[in-house]
Write a protein that binds this ligand. Sequence first.
Ligand code: ZN
Length: 199
Amino acid sequence: MLNGPLVFLDVDTQRDFLEPGGSLFIEGSPAIIPNLARLTAFARERGIPVIATACAHTPRSPELSTFPPHCMIGTRGQERIEATDWPGSLVLPVGEALEAEPPPHLTIQKDDYDLFHRNDADALFARYARDGSTFVVYGVATDYCVRAAVEGLLSRGYPTTLIVDAIRPVNPEAEPGLLTEFAQRGVLLTLTETVLGLP
Ligand SMILES: [Zn+2]
């Protein structure tokens, strides 16, 4: 059961992944946009903190030897989609630590698909988790960045929930096996509607 304080983890909901014509468009991903919008509005209304990860690459990014250029710094494709955009979000570029108190919406840029490759990721998550919060994960892609986020949270012992109708994989065949594995490792799989119905 999902209870206690929540922290939303919005993974890479950027134009290049979710908009047709984006440079690393994920087939079928526009279908989750209404749920992403509802979750974002819910976080705003309820004062649930949101950590939003964002690929932010340069031509020298090692990741670009594996993936085509995407989410290049300064391009429209690197922006968050409107559904998850949060005016006033505090943006932390790679290499910049959070000096202030954790803000309601924090954008952490990353130059690697695994957000925990950021040197300050452990410290950041520890600050958001200090009241025993559950991390509620959604975004793209299930089999890459979402997977890395969930595995990173699990390996650090954080209570983790995944919203299965607010994620999309690059490879649809990979998703059922991954979700089964996550559930076996203690991830609570839930739906947008269930989260929105929380008292
Ligand atoms: Zn990337």
